[in-house]
Write a protein that binds this ligand. Structure first.
Ligand code: ADP
Length: 641
């Protein structure tokens, strides 16, 4: 482990740790920033809500004041033009009550004040009718009274006359009297407006007695009566309204109930009427609940003469409720919702009655969408920025790590190179030294042996020279200082010459280089020395990496516009993954090192340099354990002779 952690591996570890720390720091800061942003945003949202609440309170105050002013003006000068869009504007004057718009007040808290004939007028005739059973006589009396100039008396007499006729079975006469009654307005009989009573009674009689009149006609007329009831044509009490509504519905064959909202409004008006006594202050407002519906009641004026606006909170708070982005709600002092909507999950701004001086508590909830959109945009921007930073950090680390690993590889290869080269130098140097010592001490057994020693000395010296020159050549090539002298030459002759150089050395080991196609006179434009160096390297490798096989092959041929020089052996071969890498300097194959074949790893790099300088190419085909073929392709300068 300790050894493994030595530089430059420890450098990699430090780099990795640094990156980890940086990425974590960036992530943490981004998260913190987001958190901060959320808090600021929440504050902003709360501020907006508070503003909205203040605005709503101000609007509500203004609306109240304006409504009060309008009511004040209405008391002084009531006009139908002041009628509100929703609700009712009432003028309570002594024992009277008028409503704007009149059609919305379905009933009143007190009976109509229209004139009605006193009972006494009919006492005598009713005595005849009920106690003495003298119906004819009673009818005559009623008829006479029905001709009275006073409409109230007429109405009272007509009602009684039609009753007598009906009881006597004279339906036609009874009906005719009801029809007349139905035509009378502005008077009451039995506490009910005469025309309403007449219209209903006549239809009822028709429905009951006459089979000839189509029921449809009764139904249409009663439907019309229902419509009149709904348009508040008569001043009725709630009981009267309900009775006639029920009756007319029955006769009209309809099940419909009067709209609950209209009923509740009229009930609320009745409560406002009652408030004259309980709330005598000349100005004020309150909430009345009818049928679990709240109504705003706002008034100006004392119990004697008072203008009152009765309306649903929604319509009164229209301006506040129309607020964009936020959701306002208004509660009464008992905490009951009057209008709007309260979102309990979100933050809220509250304005209590004490704070605003209003009779209601105001709530404003909801998150303003504008700030939310802004926050989302900022969050995205922050996330994007962080991601870009993290990507930069990671990719930076990756490239640095890669550079370090390359550096490690190069240093490893360099040390391999040094050990390889030293070894290459060592064997010829050892032989030279031993032979020179033997010769110096004169320990040579005979002349033949001496000759062999001299030859060996020459060969080993030449090998050393080649080695040194090879390295110098490679150094020059790497530095880009190698000068090439191109000339047109015969590729076959060149191959033969290089192979010839090897023959002498290997023949003693029982090895042999077989050539093919070298007689064909392919011409190439090349630097003969450089190409010889390249070919020498290939042949040397072929021999080096096939120590068990006596033969290697060198073949000359034509491939398109190129001359191909192939060097083939049956040696250790090259793993597919290494076939590209072996052409890089100092790279040595695994099979080569495993077979304990010494080398410097610069031969093929040099070959690639030379071939590239000639505008050619070098390729390899190989099968591990079976052998390799290196092909040098050089542009041909002429055709075969
Ligand atoms: P060296 O032979 O000195 O190691 P080279 O550059 O000549 O360097 O070759 C690079 C590597 O290519 C060798 O280490 C060896 O693994 C592989 N190689 C080259 N020629 C052959 C061959 N004929 N057969 C098998 N492997 C070869």
């Amino acid at each position: 482990m300790k050894a493994w952690l030595k530089p430059p591996r420890s450098l990699l570890l430090i780099l990795f740790l640094l990156t980890l720390v940086s990425v974590s720091a960036v992530g943490w800061s981004a998260w913190k920033l987001l958190d901060q942003e959320r808090i600021v945003e929440a504050q902003r949202a709360q501020e907006l809500l508070e503003q909205a609440a203040d605005q709503a309170a101000a609007t509500l105050k203004r609306t109240l004041a304006e409504t009060g002013d309008r009511l004040g003006a209405f008391i002084a000068n009531p006009s139908p033009e002041d009628a509100p869009e929703d609700g009712l504007l009432l003028l309570l004057n002594g024992e009277e009550m008028s409503a704007e718009p009149a059609g919305r007040l379905l009933f009143r808290p007190f009976p109509s004040a229209e004139p009605e004939a006193p009972e006494m007028l009919f006492a005598e005739a009713e005595l005849l009718e009920f106690q003495q059973g003298r119906l004819q006589k009673a009818a005559e009396t009623y008829q006479r009274l029905a001709a009275s100039p006073d409409p109230a008396t007429r109405a009272g007499a007509l009602l009684r006359y039609s009753r007598v006729m009906r009881n006597a079975g004279r339906y036609q006469d009874s009906r005719a009297a009801y029809v007349r009654l139905a035509g009378m307005t502005g008077v009451r009989v039995a506490g009910v407006p005469a025309d309403l009573l007449g219209r209903h009674a006549e239809c009822e009689l028709t429905a009951q007695a006459s089979a000839t009149t189509p029921a449809a006609e009764v139904r249409t007329r009663m439907a019309a009566l229902l419509k009149d009831l709904l348009s508040a044509r008569w001043q009725l009490t709630r009981g009267q309204f309900e009775f006639y509504w029920r009756e007319a519905s029955r006769l009209a064959g309809s099940q419909g109930l009067p709209p609950a909202e209209s009923l509740a409004l009229s009930d609320a008006a009745a409560l406002a009427w009652g408030q004259r006594k309980t709330e005598p202050a000349p100005r004020g407002q309150s909430i009345v609940w009818v049928d679990r519906r709240p109504f705003f009641v706002i008034w100006r004026g004392g119990p004697e003469r008072r203008a009152v606006l009765v309306t649903r909170p929604e319509s009164f708070l229209k301006q506040i409720l129309a607020a964009k982005d936020v959701v306002p709600a208004v509660f009464d002092s008992e905490g009951r919702l009057l209008a709007g909507h309260k979102d309990s999950h979100n933050r809220a701004a509250v304005r209590t009655q004490d704070e605003t001086g209003l009779p209601w508590t105001l709530y404003v909830t909801g998150v303003p969408s504008l700030t939310q959109a802004g926050m989302i945009a900022r969050q995205r921007f922050l996330l994007l920025g962080t991601s870009v930073m993290v990507i930069f950090l990671i990719s930076g680390t990756y490239f640095i790590a890669r550079a370090i690993r390359r550096e490690m590889e190069v240093s490893r290869m360099q040390s391999d190179f040094v050990s390889g080269v030293s070894h290459e130098f060592r064997s010829p140097l050892t032989s030279i030294r031993q032979l020179s010592e033997i010769l110096l001490l004169g320990r040579v057994p005979n002349e033949d042996r001496r000759q062999v020693y001299y030859e060996t000395l020459v060969r080993e010296t030449a090998r050393l020279q080649r080695l040194v020159e090879g390295l110098l050549n490679f150094g020059r090539m790497e530095a880009g200082a190698r000068q090439y002298r191109f000339e047109e030459l015969d590729a076959g002759a060149l191959v033969r010459h290089v192979v010839g150089e090897f023959e002498g050395q290997i023949a003693s080991q029982g090895r042999h280089i077989e050539t093919m196609g070298t007689e064909s006179r392919f011409r190439i434009d090349a630097d003969p020395e450089a190409i010889s160096v390249a070919l020498r390297n290939l042949v040397d490798n072929a021999l080096k990496y096939s120590p068990q096989h006596p033969t290697v092959w060198v073949e000359l041929g034509r491939e398109g516009h190129s001359v191909a020089i192939r060097v083939r052996d049956q040696g250790v071969g090259i793993a597919p993954a290494e076939r590209k890498a072996i052409f890089r300097k100092f790279v040595r194959g695994t099979a080569a090192t495993a077979a304990n074949v010494k080398g410097s790893g610069v031969g093929l790099a040099m070959v690639r340099h030379i071939v590239a300088a000639h505008g050619g190419d070098i390729t390899v085909e190989s099968e591990p354990g079976k052998g390799s073929t290196f092909t040098m392709l050089l542009p041909a300068s002429g055709a075969a002779a």
